[in-house]
Design a protein around this ligand. Structure first.
Ligand code: IMP
Length: 416
């Protein structure tokens, strides 16, 4: 059986958590394939807010098994803290032995580099994600499966410290002493190793048996993809659907339905181009109504109108079969709403995403707003202007809208 996939098609924070949580009730296995604890899903169930960073959202379905793939970078400290919320996760969580580890020094390098970049800072989450992926790519990372032999891992890390000594010194990064490091590794071995396995082989077996429904959960959004996003203002992993193959060891033919998640407007945290960004009263209103503050860092998110050019690009990159439009209710009460239908670029009107997105100006379609859609559960009950808004998004992106969310609650979702 093929695995279905959920992917963010904007700059992250699209509300994937709610959809994955909603769908996770119908899936036996939920997998994360990239990113780390830079991600953050806030899920509201029966009015209670739960924030997840590393553990897949399937954790809220007591029957689902949750998998952290090899493409994820794992901070043992962050993972253990998150696990504490749930009691025993035996039989409910598996971690790939090939997933790379994030240590405190990665976080320190991340912060030090951001400070050195000054006004050109990426605006990272400061969680050490970039440095951990850099170590992986430059073949000096450490994998979670290596916790099996802590003495050997300890020696390897010490060797890493020696070869990178000059860098650590230049950045005034204090490294852990031997006892501290060994103590940490022992703790991680004891607490995490029981969950560590070859998840690729495990998934292949499940797929061969053809009995389990598998959901793959992307983190961040397509516009933050290391290859296809707004480089260098991106995260350090492949956030698009293709990342699910490398991040879990699946073949492209193992992927079934792909659903792109977008908000009814746009947000972005950190720096980098954002063509439809608003700065005045309307941005403030979106931020307030949408509670647009980061789950991971608490930073206020930059807010603006729906960008159909970027969404269409992301739908193509991911091969989206359909889309879910989240937080439609945040646009409640706006007299007029806007959708970006094209960009002005080098004196021309274009309908694609150029590599230098910072040099475009949005071309807008203005539409009539609506009073309220909050809590509406059927498409036909939406005000005419809101239906029109959704149909226009479908037309402009060439992708069917399969779900519309009208409040943070799991129940307030229109299924089309
Ligand atoms: P990093 O992933 O911490 O290296 O940050 C790189 C960029 O990705 C920054 O602009 C972050 O704000 C952004 N980013 C990382 N994770 C998320 C997320 O979960 N949602 C939205 N933006 C994110």
């Amino acid at each position: 059986m093929r695995a279905d996939l959920i992917v963010g098609i904007q700059w992250g924070d699209e509300g994937k958590g709610k959809i994955v949580d909603l769908l996770a009730q119908r899936y036996d296995v939920v997998c994360r394939y990239q990113g780390g604890h830079n991600a953050g899903h806030t899920i509201v169930v029966d009015g209670k807010k739960i924030a997840l960073h590393l553990i897949p959202s399937g954790i809220l379905n007591p029957k689902a098994l949750n998998i952290i793939g090899n493409g994820v970078v794992v901070s043992p400290e962050a993972l253990l803290k998150e696990m504490e919320q749930f009691g025993s996760l035996k039989g409910r969580l598996l971690i790939s032995d090939k997933a790379h580890l994030i240590f405190k020094y990665h976080e320190m390098i991340d912060k030090a580099k951001e400070a050195l970049r000054g006004k050109n800072a990426i605006g990272t989450t400061g969680r050490g994600i970039g440095p951990a992926y850099s170590d992986k790519i430059s073949r000096q990372g450490h994998r979670i499966g290596e916790l099996k032999d802590t003495r050997k891992l300890f020696e390897k890390i010490k060797e890493y410290f020696r070869t990178n000594e000059a860098i650590f010194k230049a950045m005034s990064i204090e490294l852990p002493g031997d006892d501290e490091l060994m103590g940490e590794l022992e703790l991680y071995r004891e607490r995490l190793l029981p969950y560590v396995t070859d998840v690729t082989a495990y998934l292949w077996e499940l797929m061969e048996k053809n009995k389990s429904k598998i959901l793959l959960e992307g983190a961040q959004g397509s516009m933050l993809d290391i290859d296809h996003g707004t480089y260098p203002y991106v995260t350090s992993s492949n956030t698009i659907a293709a990342g699910a193959c490398t991040g879990l060891g699946l073949a492209p033919r193992d992927i079934g339905r792909i659903t792109g998640i977008a908000k009814a407007y746009c947000t972005r945290v950190g720096n980098g181009p954002f063509p439809t960004e608003e700065f005045g009263e309307e941005a403030e209103r979106l931020r307030k109504q949408g509670a647009e503050f980061g789950t991971t860092t608490g930073r206020p998110r930059r807010c603006g109108w729906f960008d159909a050019v970027a969404a269409k690009y992301a739908c193509r990159l991911n091969g989206c079969d359909d889309m879910a439009i989240m937080k439609l209710d945040v646009l409640d009460g706006f007299e007029r709403v806007k959708i970006c239908t094209a960009y002005e670029y080098e004196g021309r009107k274009i309908e694609y995403v150029p590599a230098d997105l910072e040099n475009v100006k949005p071309v807008y379609l203005e539409m009539e707003g609506w009073e309220s859609v909050e809590g509406i559960k059927s498409f036909d009950e939406l005000p005419r202007s809101a239906r029109n808004y959704i149909r226009t998004i479908e037309e402009l992106t060439g992708t069917r809208v399969a779900m519309v969310s009208t409040s943070p609650d799991r129940a307030d979702t229109i299924i089309l």
